[in-house]
Design a protein. Sequence first.
Length: 348
Amino acid sequence: MRPSKDFFRPLAVGAPEPLREIPWTPSRMIHFFDPSNEKMVAKVPDIATKVDVLLGNLEDAIQASNKEAARAGLVKVAQGFQGPAALWTRVNDLGSPWVLDDLTTLVTEAGETIDVIMVPKVEGPEDIHYVDRLLAQLEAKARISRPLQIHAILETARGVANVEEICAASPRMQGISLGPADLAANRRMKTTRVGGGHPGYLVREDPSGDETATRQTFQQDLWHYTVARMVDACAMNGIYAYYGPFGDIKDTLACEDQFRNAYLLGCVGAWSLHPVQIDIAKKVFSPEPDEVKWAARVVEEMGEDGRGAVMIDGKMQDDATYKQCKVVLELAQKLAERDPELATAYGL
């Protein structure tokens, strides 16, 4: 670990000053596209008006024979990108033969447009240290004006065990996403699903004494522990937590449930793999209007400092409630600044 006094010094001569705080921008959905697919690339200008983050994928789902085409396609997209979505990329994993060219090409040819580099299969802070130093050298070489941010994916048991150290490894760290499919394989979990629950992971009602009575079962969340630990590690370090992919595109109801679980636990967004999941993520990761109105009422009645306690509709509200309501209200205010429909719905 670098000493604290050196933490915010550039890692290369001529590199931009590291960020002191990760800027907040809407990232309710990180929408993936294949830059080697001309049909997908043609839709980028339209999709970029509907999502918070558009991500050019270079890793999984891109065949080895298409890796170079995907990289070149993303550079072309970046060089003509108009937004308003943020542009991210997921590079190949650090053990692959493509990642060095991914980073070198993207930073030097598109570094002023790409905001965040998503790094897969991060296992420890040493992975972040490597990318951190390399990005600084490339930024200096290309004279990039602001530092690119790093987003890690938790896809191995070792990564989960080291999640606190990963979050604290660099001032570039923007956030972390759960990668449930690779993590399941690495943990030797017995599920072949990409995210979501499993009907076999359940608790059963105790017997009632009537041997003929049906005992109810309740499906549990396979990812609760990991998401909660990831959220704590991110919050502790001032960065953002995300749920990753939900693979069953047709099961929109279960997708919404999984996204909402992550939202309630503290995640700020999730991946969208298909256009049908965009509106789900937008809905789930935006506070409900009734919640916003209630939060605004609590904050107003408790005053600016939020100290003490008041009774509202027969329920006690104190400083802890005030802090919870401030979280909801501040998120609503930030989203309303960028979304006129939400501003109207929230009355802001």
